[in-house]
Design a protein around this ligand. Structure first.
Ligand code: WT7
Length: 661
């Protein structure tokens, strides 16, 4: 298990328990552990009844479903609310125009420059979404078509997603930190008809051009007929005649109106595709559908964050990831809440930027990642003391296991030792949160995601497929479907089945390790596959290896995760050069640059070690366990190495590592 031994020991010794706050409990959606247990039991005894009730309460349906659930993980087949009809953008916008929320802030956008603030009421957002939906239609986009979106955290990003949902086009958002090469392969995989991008990204005071990446990606992406460009920074960009046009000109055209009838969709029609890394080189296009996903995003957003009408809710993720899809956009807007969207980074212009924003908008609910907390921890308490954080009511964490030290710092300094922290475990594939405390009900243990939400049948299984004993580590599994789960891997049903439903019979396998303590608390330990979690971002080792190997000087590469104090894990690459190539610092720098170009800055190796040979078994399989230990400076016990073809390779690598330090 990738370098997480230390983490596990510290988690095992964690014994503190923090009770939920009394204040606010009477008004909470879920008020006590008893109520949680009752709901959980009900959801297990009668899942269909439970979910039907939630779907009815939360979503406006144009037609009610005929059947709540049809499932068989052995096929796999999962259908929720079949026969039901709805439109997601109608649910996020139109219905709030008549339920008293018309003039309420839907999105408060804080740009990277302090003075760049925009507030969109539900009415204003509705108008913008309709106009842009009409632009997409004018470009020939129809129900079922794919639209790739490669934008920074600007309001147009939210508008573009909702516009796709309005006309029934599938959006495929590609995080703006990904490279041209990564964008290209994602466009090619889903055969997008339109690409939406921007001139540049504003980041930490700098203007980083984005359009050149889009241009490069489009050099070999014949499915794309139009590219719509948002002007964010005003930097010079080249526009290709007949293909490229400006967003602001398109929406201002005379024939674009502010009315656009929402396309009525089947519950099981695809809402979006989102690419994520897996064990093999090629990212998977995770498919989410309309009815189940919306129900689940709203349901979890309401219960886990205890979201109320008067709250200012801030999820610091980027909409380029699933967290932004579900908890900046669809969950909060479905509920008619106020969602804050921030363009910048936590460290610019100073390490107090987040807290300044909390005070400025009197944020009530704050949802961020452990890596952010660890980075801010290093800045000490001074940046916090400058700002009034008394509006905060609930804190959240997502993306990787939160170590008890970071948890305690968050609890004491941001939560002033009284606010609940919801440590939410989930994945791109799950669509929404599966394991998490409920803020006014669950007694918290620092570092534990606590209990499965109602409707989620989570368990720990041993290798043999039996339920593990208390505290025995094993595979985290989910035994029943939930409405927000993925319905496929775009264009690859085989991979869908193989990745998630093949380890255990008729069970969903998230590929995470975990244990359950004697009180039933879940402790997530990390990925069991060849995926590394860098700052809460998932990267496949195979992807990085193939990026490295695509450089002419590289013969072979093996990538593992190494423990990192802020990022959680960092990328450690062992590289074998071709006979013609020479080890040098220039080549090191070039290889890093090469990976940035192939995947993006988040995939840049922290360390590259020259490896004249890699530890392989006689059948040619690389023993990554050994490479992980060497990367972590753990040379004590490499376990059974008797199957290695050439054991001297290991000594060689250890020597090399000792020199690197
Ligand atoms: C992987 C999913 C879910 C949105 C962000 C990441 C890890 C996520 C937690 C948590 C321990 C966590 C898991 C999971 N993970 N949240 N609270 N505690 N681990 O989405 O990129 O699909 O990554 O992130 O390993 O499998 P993702």
């Amino acid at each position: 298990m990738s370098g997480s031994e230390d983490k596990i020991t510290s988690l095992l010794s964690e014994g503190r328990v923090f009770d939920p706050p009394e204040e606010g409990r009477d008004q909470a959606w879920i008020k006590s552990m008893d109520q949680y247990r009752e709901l959980y039991q009900r959801s297990m005894d009668d899942p269909e009844g439970f979910w039907a009730e939630r779907a009815e309460e939360l979503v406006t349906w144009d037609r009610k479903w005929d059947k709540v659930l049809e499932w068989d993980f052995t096929k796999p087949e999962i259908k929720w609310f079949e026969g039901g009809k709805l439109n997601v953008s109608y649910n996020c916008l139109d219905r709030h125009l008549t339920d008293g929320r018309r003039n309420k802030a839907a999105i408060i956008w804080q740009g990277e420059p302090e003075e760049d603030v925009k507030v969109y009421t539900y009415q204003m957002l509705h108008t913008e979404v309709c106009r842009f939906a009409n632009v997409l239609k004018k470009k020939g986009v129809k129900k079922g078509d794919r639209v790739s979106i490669y934008l920074p955290m600007i309001p147009e990003l939210a508008i573009a997603l909702l516009a796709c949902a309005r006309i029934g086009a599938m959006h495929s958002v590609v995080f703006a930190g990904f490279s041209a090469v990564a964008l290209q392969s994602r466009i090619q995989d889903c055969q997008a008809k339109v690409l939406i991008t921007a001139d540049a990204v504003l980041r930490a005071g700098k203007t980083i051009p984005l359009k050149p990446n889009a241009d490069q990606a489009l050099e070999d992406a014949p499915s794309v007929e139009s590219c719509i460009v948002v002007q964010r920074a005003g930097n010079e960009v080249s526009m290709q005649e007949g293909r490229d046009s400006w967003w602001h000109e398109e929406i201002a055209a005379d024939d674009i109106t502010s009315e656009c009838e929402p396309e009525i969709m089947d519950a099981e029609d695809t809402l979006f595709i989102l690419y994520t890394s897996g064990s093999t080189g090629k990212p998977k296009g995770v498919v989410h559908t309309t009815g189940g996903y919306l129900t689940y995003a709203m349901h979890t957003c309401q219960w886990v964050f205890d979201l109320k009408d008067n709250d200012v809710y801030w999820c610091t993720a980027d909409i380029g990831w699933i967290t932004g899809h579900s908890y900046i956009l669809y969950g909060p807007l479905g509920l008619g809440a106020t969602s804050l969207m921030f363009e910048g980074v936590p460290s610019y212009p100073g390490p107090d930027r987040f807290w300044k924003i909390v005070e400025k908008f009197r944020v009530n609910i704050f949802y961020t990642a452990p890596t952010v907390i660890r980075a801010l921890m290093r800045e000490g308490e001074e940046p916090i003391k400058r700002w009034d954080l008394s509006s905060l009511r609930i804190l959240g964490s997502v993306g990787e296991p939160i170590n008890p030290e970071a948890w305690m710092w968050y609890y004491v300094n941001i939560g002033k030792s009284k606010l609940p922290i919801v440590d939410t475990w989930w994945q791109t594939e799950t669509g929404g949160i599966l394991i998490s405390p409920l803020p006014y009900a669950t007694p918290l243990k620092p570092g534990s995601a606590t209990f499965p939400l109602p409707g989620v049948d989570a368990a720990i299984y041993t290798e043999e497929g039996k339920e593990a004993a208390p505290n025995e580590g094993g595979h985290l599994v989910i035994r029943k479907p939930w409405p927000g789960m993925l319905r496929g891997v775009f264009g690859d049903p085989e991979r869908f089945k193989k990745t998630y439903f093949s380890r255990f019979e008729n069970i969903y396998d998230p590929e995470d390790g975990a244990r359950k303590d004697e009180e039933g608390y879940f402790w997530i330990m990390g990925r069991l596959d060849d995926v590394i979690n860098v700052s809460g971002h998932r990267l496949g080792t195979a992807e990085i290896e193939s990026a490295l190997v695509s450089h002419p000087a590289v013969a072979e590469a093996a990538v593992v995760g190494m423990p990192h104090p802020v990022k959680g894990q960092a990328i450690y690459a062992y590289v074998t050069l071709t006979a013609a190539a020479q080890e040098s610092d220039e080549l090191l720098a070039e290889l890093r640059q090469h990976v940035r170009k192939e995947i993006g800055p988040i995939a840049t190796p922290e360390v590259i070690q020259w490896a004249p040979g890699l530890p392989k078994t006689r059948s040619g399989k690389i023993m990554r366990r050994i490479l992980r230990k060497i990367a972590a400076n753990d040379f004590g016990d490499f376990g059974d190495t008797s199957t290695l073809a050439d054991p001297s390779v290991v000594d060689h690598l250890v020597e090399g590592k000792k020199k690197l330090g």
